[in-house]
Design a protein around this ligand. Structure first.
Ligand code: SF4
Length: 367
């Protein structure tokens, strides 16, 4: 294929039908065996797309498999208790997704008779479904002519086009979507999107693409121009802040105090050992005493450290120090939690928790 001249106009170059066909032929032979492809359905696509938001395929697979056994269809999920939904989701992170998914299932059952609608606009009306997820469900689950621009598609298309714009900028996304749309093979949107996802995952890898195994090597402009490693162009990254926090463990009569975080907040609906972040210049024990007064209305003595726990969220990294606490005065009240509970150490496993609180709970169970 002759190379187009430089400048903005070059992005108008369409993939040829033979190029889309090469991609589909490659997909026929090399597609990944993924559980949501075994018995494809709009429900399976929806569950996988919620789970795959911000999460790697390998991490999602066992969660998806357990989920489909317990909640094989919208009706089962819609009827489930929120606690069970969160417990099954525990460890996948970004718990807002579990709340949204549960709510979306209830809407599908109540408003659409248990049948997921296939058009992008209606899908975007469901909680937790943004532009990308709606396009992915419409394309993969319903074979609608949509382009689902995930990380893999972004990278592969940016390289095929040799896109000089940052791939996550508004203009960059527009160019990538237009390129993908112009080249969608009629009637094969589902396979087209999934083939690009698989090519990005198996061949057109971020650091070391295996171009010699790529079905599109003779059409790839970044390869022709020697710019593969520079594509996709990244947006400048903001540094990720690091924070410290303290958590308190209060044991009385063989039971431990935990609080349920209010919905709508980070880790909403999950259980935690109460605590929080120190104010500037405040030590961890002082912060914990203040937090317990604010959150629980009690004065507490902070004792020995139980452990140190680290976790990386997308927008910040946290180190949590857990301390044993003793009550000095007052009765714990849920001033900032939606409820409090006293659980034996053995029962803590029944309460859905985020990664750090589960790690504290595991330490207590090992003692
Ligand atoms: Fe990616 Fe290389 Fe294929 Fe281009 S030729 S799409 S860089 S794997």
């Amino acid at each position: 294929m002759p190379l187009p001249p430089g400048g903005a106009g070059r992005y108008n170059v369409p993939m040829t039908t033979s190029l889309a066909q090469k991609l589909l032929d490659w997909y026929e032979k090399h597609q990944r065996a993924l559980p949501w492809r075994e018995r494809p359905s709009p429900y399976a696509t929806l569950i996988s797309e919620y789970m795959l938001q911000q999460t790697r395929v390998e991490t999602v697979i066992p969660y998806f498999e357990r989920w489909m056994v317990r909640f094989p269809a919208f009706a089962a999920l819609a009827a489930a208790e929120r606690e069970e939904v969160l417990r099954l989701w525990e460890g996948l992170g970004y718990y807002r997704r579990a709340h949204n998914l549960h709510q979306a299932a209830q809407i599908v059952v109540e408003a659409y008779g248990g049948e997921l609608p296939g058009d992008i606009q209606t899908l975007q009306g469901l909680p937790g479904i943004g532009r990308y997820t709606a396009a992915a469900i419409a394309a993969i689950g319903f074979n609608q002519p949509a382009v689902a621009l995930d990380g893999n598609l972004r990278r592969v298309l940016a390289r095929l086009m040799d896109l000089e714009l940052p791939a996550r900028s508004v203009e960059g996304e527009r160019a990538l979507l237009a390129f993908g749309q112009r080249n969608l093979p009629e009637g094969s949107s589902s396979s087209f999107n999934q083939s690009l996802m698989d090519l990005g995952s198996l061949v057109c890898i971020a650091k070391v693409p295996v171009c010699e195994n790529c079905p599109l090597q003779s059409e790839c402009l970044a390869r022709a121009h020697g710019t593969i490693i520079e594509r996709p162009v990244k947006m400048p990254r903001k540094p990720i802040p690091r924070v410290e926090a303290a958590a308190g463990v209060l044991k009385e009569n063989g039971r431990v105090l935990i609080g349920r975080r209010p919905e709508g907040k980070l880790l909403g609906g999950l259980w935690e050992f109460p605590g929080g972040k120190p104010e500037p210049g405040e030590g961890l024990p002082a912060a914990l005493r203040r937090e317990w007064m604010e959150e629980l209305g009690v004065a507490a003595e902070v004792g020995a450290k139980i452990g140190t726990y680290q976790h990386a969220y997308t927008h910040f990294h946290v180190t949590v120090y857990a301390f044993a606490c003793e009550l000095v005065s007052g009765e714990p009240a849920p001033l900032e939690h939606s409820e409090l509970a006293w659980a034996s150490v053995e029962e803590l496993g029944n309460y859905p928790m985020g990664k750090v609180d589960r790690a504290i709970s595991n330490t207590l169970q090992q003692k």
